[in-house]
Design a protein around this ligand. Structure first.
Ligand SMILES: Cc1cc2nc3c(=O)[nH]c(=O)nc-3n(C[C@H](O)[C@H](O)[C@H](O)COP(=O)(O)O)c2cc1C
Ligand SMILES: [Fe+2]
Ligand SMILES: [Fe+2]
Length: 406
């Protein structure tokens, strides 16, 4: 691919094509990928995103051949992952006068990652515009798509959306535009969405609401093809794929001594019902074991809870847990929870039981691996009555609910 391809008046692709099999997020990108960076060569020249850290030097060399980098005014960082922000240190070393435009969190992360403490930052807020001399950029925060600091950039005059990872495709290609692609890219586009964006689908819906208000003629993402044909089709695909599936069923099964765990169960049921999940709460101390097993078989997800009494579970819950090993529960999700006083061993013992079945156990490790969120604590542990924790509890259960409606 040439090192510079025109995408609009004074606007160019200046990225890098990696046509090897690329290792990424525990995947092998069989078709390789591209790292798309864009130069808006206006009165205040602006770069939107860079390239993977591995190609930072060659990226800056190419740019130096096109322009005097000391004249670069802005570098926009939509997303700080090193496959897009990785070229930033090399670029900033040459672009002595450039300001970095990003979200507040993005700026914090860039400072830590690349030691860019002494550079000037322009911190964006949702809907803010920036005049780059001949074109106007508008920024929208799109948190968790797919990491927390993420934003998108829209060029008002060109009607081009620069959404970084969003609307990307992992295909190394030298044609750049989707109407020039030699194969139908729809499947690759959907696979990318499923792997990278789908774990955050409520946020995809938020993003769609924001961009529906814009006139978008072209989407220039950071991997794969620039979409200039059937743009609406690709936006609709994100919209459709991120809508919650109806009719998922959850059972909340628990044992309690004095009713604190019952309160936790009720709060969780409320949060799940807010996600349109049909929820049943069963105190297993008063229930028939066979009937409970039937409920488990009919559910898409089951929460198992107990308070702690002398470092162990209470009531009948263990009888139920002992049955699980002999059942085929593959494809169903399970979560451990409980109220406790000071150590809450029962909750951890429940989690151990669950891990010994073919249920998919949602715990901290699962959440980090599937969503990248590191501040969600599962199993769910509530000290005594759920009071101060109820907000955290709601957020945690909603995150679990999002996994369930997947
Ligand atoms: C006899 C007894 C023993 C307890 N032992 C423990 C314990 O070993 N570890 C702990 O974290 N909490 C312990 N607790 C505290 C309870 O787990 C806590 O009060 C909890 O909120 C009770 O929830 P429940 O009403 O759902 O049973 C104990 C409470 C009682 C009454
Ligand atoms: Fe990313
Ligand atoms: Fe990426």
């Amino acid at each position: 691919m040439e090192s510079k391809i025109k995408i609009a008046n004074n606007s160019y692709w200046v990225g890098y094509v990696d046509d090897r099999k690329v290792l990424f997020h525990r995947l092998i990108l069989e078709k390789g990928t591209t790292y798309n960076s864009y130069l808006l060569d206006t009165e205040k020249p602006t770069i939107i995103d860079t390239v993977d850290i591995e190609f930072g030097r060659i990226f800056v060399e190419n740019l130096s051949n096109m322009m005097d980098l000391s004249k670069l005014e802005y570098v926009i960082i939509n997303h700080v992952e090193p496959d897009h922000a990785g070229g930033l240190p090399a670029l900033m070393a040459k672009a002595k006068n450039a300001k970095i435009v990003t979200t507040a969190l993005g700026a914090e992360e860039l400072k830590k990652m690349f030691k860019l403490h002494n550079r000037e930052y322009v911190i964006i807020h949702d809907g803010m515009t920036l005049d780059i001399g001949g074109k106007t950029l508008q920024f929208f925060e799109t948190p968790f798509l797919h990491t927390e600091e993420t934003m998108v950039t829209y060029c008002i005059e060109d009607q081009i959306l620069y959404p970084c990872d969003q609307f990307s495709t992992h295909i190394a290609n030298y044609e750049l535009f989707n109407d020039l692609a030699k194969e139908d890219i729809t499947e690759d586009f959907k696979v990318y969405y499923q792997l990278i964006m789908h774990p955050h689908r409520p946020y995809v819906q938020d993003m769609i609401k924001k961009i529906r208000k814009l006139d978008i003629k072209m989407i220039a993402p950071s991997h794969g093809y620039v979409l200039r044909e059937n743009v609406e089709k690709y936006i609709n695909a994100y919209d459709d794929m991120s809508r919650a599936k109806e009719g998922k069923k959850v059972a909340i099964l628990f044992s309690t001594m004095t009713g604190n765990t019952t309160k936790v169960a009720k709060l969780m049921a409320e949060a799940l019902e807010n996600k349109n999940i049909v929820t049943r709460i069963i105190n297993v101390d008063n229930a028939d074991v066979d009937a409970v097993v039937e409920v488990i078989k009919e559910s898409d997800g089951v929460f198992f809870g107990s308070s702690t009494r002398y470092a162990d579970m209470v009531g009948n819950l263990e009888t139920i847990l002992k049955q699980l090993k002999d059942l085929d529960l593959s494809g169903k999700f399970a979560v451990a929870f409980g109220s406790y006083g000071w150590s809450g061993e029962a909750i951890e013992v429940i989690n151990d039981y669950l891990k010994d079945t073919n249920l998919t156990v949602i715990d901290r490790s699962y959440i980090v691996k599937t969503t990248g969120m590191d501040d969600i604590q599962v199993p769910i542990r509530v000290k005594f009555k759920p009071e101060e924790e109820s907000q955290t509890l709601g957020r945690t259960v909603q995150a679990i609910g999002d996994i369930l409606v997947g």
